[in-house]
Design a protein around this ligand. Structure first.
Ligand code: UT7
Length: 330
């Protein structure tokens, strides 16, 4: 989509944002009790200091519904004002129905439609692009776009190279159709850039599912994913900015997927955006997969970083590999 056509266009505007983190906080030191690891290693190699884990019996849909309620409250809207619930997750409570329909029921919504989007860590970017397209096509006027995960359920607790990296949480935004003039000065979603390449599916996957009759554990070739992330994230962000008729110099905030502080910093450097223009939450949340960007958007608003009118670039990469970015003006 071209952000600079200067003709009246429908824009998906951000009307509200919110998040939820489960109560249990796990500091790095807890892992050192059972694994050959240390707080120093985890901080130095990833930037992670702590993460939240969901309580026993607390499913992804529970986290998602709490984040959705917070976003609705921020928007000043009721559940029945929403036409579409789009939930990015790779850890739905059950194989089906979608966690999104569980959220719909939990919120008491009896109208509209709900479905999950599964693009692993890039899930929220895909869901946001999907919701934007729905709104511009007139299929929905207001959409709840949620990223929610309980990756703690996929961990192999004997594998120090993965189990220290991930956390649980949820974030949500409310999008609403509005009018723009078709320029990059418009508010709302301005452009998106999405990719996947299944040749790299073995770099990051879960070794279980319907075909094995088990939930399985997350397996990752960390170095391989790291290499792709460094190469692909700045590239996709630049492509999305280009589609909107903007450059890195126009960016107020990068809101990156929060997997590793070294990846976040390298991407910012490649985009020539200073780190004080990057929302960083990885130290407190770890990698929450599809929840990480909406969590960072919500925390970034709470901290007073992201202000009305600011230009935000969200970018992410994960299992698939799948990656992409969205440019929006708050
Ligand atoms: O969200 C989806 C996208 N995912 C990502 O973006 C993750 C991308 N990858 C990464 O962030 C990094 O590759 C990791 C954080 C996963 C690993 O960092 P690294 O600097 O690439 O470390 P490495 O895998 O090369 O391992 C270096 C050493 C190894 O020991 P040897 O072989 O040099 O003796 C590992 O066994 O560090 C060891 N190691 C650890 N040591 C202490 C691996 N995990 C740990 C640990 N504690 N938790």
């Amino acid at each position: 989509m071209d952000g600079n056509t200067t003709a009246p266009v429908v824009r998906a505007l951000i009307r509200g944002v919110g998040h939820y983190l489960p109560a249990r906080v796990v500091p790095n030191a807890e892992f050192a009790a059972t694994l050959d690891t240390s707080d120093e290693w985890i901080r130095a190699r990833t930037g992670i200091e702590r993460r939240h884990f969901a309580a026993e019996g607390q499913g992804t849909s529970d986290l998602a519904a709490r984040a959705a309620r917070a976003a609705l409250a921020d928007a000043g809207l009721q559940p029945d004002d929403i036409d579409a619930v789009i939930l990015a997750t790779s850890t739905p409570d059950l194989t089906f129905p979608s966690a999104a329909t569980m959220v719909q029921a939990e919120l008491g919504m009896t109208r509209g439609f709900a479905y999950d989007v599964q693009a692993v860590c890039a899930g929220f970017v895909f869901a946001l692009a999907n919701a934007d397209a729905m709104i511009r096509a007139g299929l929905a006027r207001r959409a709840l776009v949620i990223g929610a995960e309980t990756f703690s359920r996929l961990m192999d607790w004997t594998d120090r190279s993965t189990c220290v990296l991930f956390g649980d949480g949820a974030g949500a935004v409310v999008l609403e159709a509005g009018q723009g003039v078709g320029s990059a000065a418009d508010r709302g979603v301005l452009s998106a850039d999405l990719h996947s390449d299944g040749r790299y599916r073995a770099a990051l996957y879960v070794d279980g599912g319907v075909s094995t009759g088990t939930i399985g554990h997350l397996r990752m070739q960390g170095k391989e994913v790291f290499r792709h992330a460094i190469e692909k994230l700045a590239e996709t962000a630049h492509r999305a900015l280009d589609k909107a008729g903007l450059t890195g110099a126009d960016v107020d905030w990068i809101v990156p997927h929060q997997a590793n502080l070294r990846i976040i910093a390298a991407t910012a450097q490649r985009m020539q955006v200073p780190m004080d223009r990057v929302v960083v939450t990885v130290q407190d949340h770890g990698n929450t997969s599809a929840a990480s960007i909406p969590l960072a958007l919500s925390v970034g608003r709470q901290r007073g970083q992201i202000r009305d009118g600011d230009l935000v670039v969200a970018e992410a990469i994960g299992g698939g590999l799948a990656w992409g970015s969205v440019v929006l003006r708050w």
